[in-house]
Write a protein that binds this ligand. Structure first.
Ligand code: S6P
Ligand code: ZN
Length: 186
């Protein structure tokens, strides 16, 4: 059982502080996430080594009725024109829902239901997003700064990454003439 009496949350930066043993930190470089981009030809080592995103999450018990709380930091950039993004997932317990609150930066939240219908919500400071169960979700950074997003979700939800790895999202976003441009994938 986690004791949060010493934890703090900085609403400006998204930083979670507390006992190190109670905070999980993970990061993914571009080389860790290559498979999700449409075209990865010609990338140099410096690009492969860049941070794509990192997360900080309180280590709470993954039990029914519990809540998970964390911050995602999605870095700015493009891979052959496609914006940096998170892997994206459904929840493993598929009906589990989630809130996102943007603290800094600008981007898109791409949502997709089980019939592969997709839609987006604009993510910008103070925007609040409710992600219903059975909806895959992915953040895309369309700005030049780190997109910082607080997330709160059912702690037993888990992550189903495999469905996205196998089928992908039905839309990708590219920077065309400086603007986010959707390209449907079917
Ligand atoms: C968890 C929540 C976020 C993401 C994070 C990284 O349910 O949606 O904390 O885990 O934004 O994205 P991903 O798709 O790599 O887990
Ligand atoms: Zn989620």
């Amino acid at each position: 059982m986690i004791n949060l009496s010493k934890a703090t949350y900085d609403i400006r930066s998204g930083a979670i502080t507390g006992k190190d043993s109670e905070i999980a930190r993970a990061q993914r470089t571009i080389s860790n996430t290559l498979g999700m981009y449409a075209n990865t030809e010609g990338l140099d080592q410096a690009t492969l080594d860049r941070l794509n995103y990192r997360v900080e999450v309180l280590k709470v018990d993954e039990i029914e009725g519990g809540l998970q709380f964390g911050t995602s930091y999605l870095y700015p950039g493009t891979i052959n024109g496609e914006y940096f993004m998170t892997k994206g997932h459904y929840h493993a317990i598929s009906n589990r829902s989630e809130f996102y609150l943007c603290l800094k930066g600008e981007g898109l939240l791409v949502l997709m239901d089980r019939d592969r219908r997709w839609w987006t919500e604009k993510v910008l400071p103070n925007s609040l997003h409710y992600i219903p169960g059975d909806v895959a979700h992915r953040l895309i950074n369309t700005s030049d700064e780190i997109l910082t997003v607080l997330a709160c979700w059912n702690s037993d939800a888990g992550h189903d990454y495999a469905s996205i790895e196998e089928e992908g999202f039905s839309v990708r976003y590219f920077k065309v003439d400086g603007k986010p441009t959707p390209v449907e994938q079917g």
